[in-house]
Ligand binder design. Structure first.
Ligand SMILES: O=P(O)(O)OC[C@H]1O[C@](O)(COP(=O)(O)O)[C@@H](O)[C@@H]1O
Ligand SMILES: [Mg+2]
Ligand SMILES: [Mg+2]
Length: 338
């Protein structure tokens, strides 16, 4: 069987399908190479001195793990000089990161959650990297410097999105808004090999993912849906549900892309001033584009996540995504309730 590498796949997308330009091709190649480096560091664990806390806090007041900071640095370094970016933003940095003054200025913006699932780093459970690509406004570089407002575009404007999972296998999942493809890292060759040409989420599911310890804080529509799932075959949904919660969004979402299901980190009653736990720009938007492109749906409750106008780089949002019919049921419950 002929194997298609990421490089070949991206060249075909550019040359034969006109789906991406040379800059976006290079950007994705470099992000994928940064993910290889991060995956390599993850694999060393205690031997590489990458476990444990860094002893610092990020802009959100969360304690940073060594790997959060290391992964952030790798993504910044690798993408600094390619000439395809006008700026970067990360969950781990307070403000956006302009490109070095002497680097050529590009047309894209790169946003990332460098290390997703931080609480799983030290216990050897799958973690990952999530990224989102936007186009910079035309005026950048000619008569304007980059500003935070340039990043504040709804998720529907993303030119690309992807994630890597560092688990039993190292995987890369990508979309340019024309379906979703998956690659597996051949660790002997050091190459990403195309292993899923068209990822599709089944419309229905019998598996939900939610952190049940938050149940007492949930809003009524979420409580109603989970009660109905738990009621099983005798309940209104007429089927028995299974439950999974890995606590790494990348791994939970990857399971849904593989075998269906619904993932929820809903807004809840603790959220005064915070509309949920997950971050719109670094987690919810890229994952929502991937899920929609795989035939699923993604909402914050009553509305589509990709339509949300971001108010700031670090805004949070309730997230309900996965198999279309289940997500639509939850959307109906939210609309009926509000
Ligand atoms: O520990 P909890 O409350 O279940 O939260 C788990 C969620 O938090 C996250 O780990 C947040 O991401 P970070 O690790 O990037 O902060 C998600 O990946 C995951 O879905
Ligand atoms: Mg995260
Ligand atoms: Mg993170």
């Amino acid at each position: 069987m002929t194997q298609i590498t990421l490089t070949q796949f991206l060249l075909e997308q550019q040359r034969d399908h006109g789906a991406i330009d040379a800059d976006l091709r290079q950007l994705v190649e470099v992000v994928a190479s940064a993910c290889k480096r991060i995956g390599h560091a993850v694999g060393k664990g205690a031997l590489g001195g990458v476990l444990g806390s860094q002893g610092t806090e990020n802009v959100q007041g969360e304690v940073q793990k060594k790997l959060d900071v290391m992964s952030n640095d790798i993504l910044l370094q690798e993408n600094a000089w390619g000439g395809y970016l006008a700026g970067m933003a990360s969950e781990e940095m307070e403000t956006f990161h302009p490109m070095p003054a002497s680097a050529p200025l590009g047309r894209y913006l790169l946003l990332f959650d460098p290390l997703d699932g931080s609480s799983n780093i030290d216990v050897n459970v799958s973690i990952g990297t999530i990224f989102s690509v936007l186009r910079a406004p035309e005026s950048i570089g000619k008569n304007a410097d980059i500003q935070e407002s340039d990043f504040l575009q709804p998720g529907s404007k993303q030119a690309a999105a992807g994630y890597a999972v560092y688990g039993p296998q190292t995987l890369l999942v990508l979309t340019f808004g024309r379906g979703v493809v998956g690659f597996t890292l051949d660790r002997d060759l050091g190459e990403w090999i195309l292993t899923s040409e068209q990822m599709r989420i089944p419309e229905q599911t019998q598996e939900f993912a939610i952190n049940m310890s938050n149940m007492r804080h949930w809003e009524t529509p979420v409580k109603r849906y989970i009660d109905e799932c738990l009621a099983g075959q005798e309940g209104p949904l007429g089927k028995n549900y299974n439950m999974r919660w890995i606590a790494s969004m990348v791994a939970d979402v990857h399971r849904i892309l593989t075998r269906g299901g619904i993932f929820m980190y809903p807004r809840d009653q603790r959220s005064s001033g915070k509309a949920g736990k997950l971050r719109l720009m670094y987690e919810a938007n890229p994952m929502s584009l991937i899920v929609e492109q795989a035939g699923g749906a993604a909402i914050d409750g009553a509305n589509r996540i990709l339509d949300i106008q971001p108010q700031g780089l670090h805004g949070r949002v309730g997230v309900i995504l996965g198999s279309r019919q289940e997500v639509e049921r939850l959307q109906t419950y939210h609309r009926e309730f509000n």
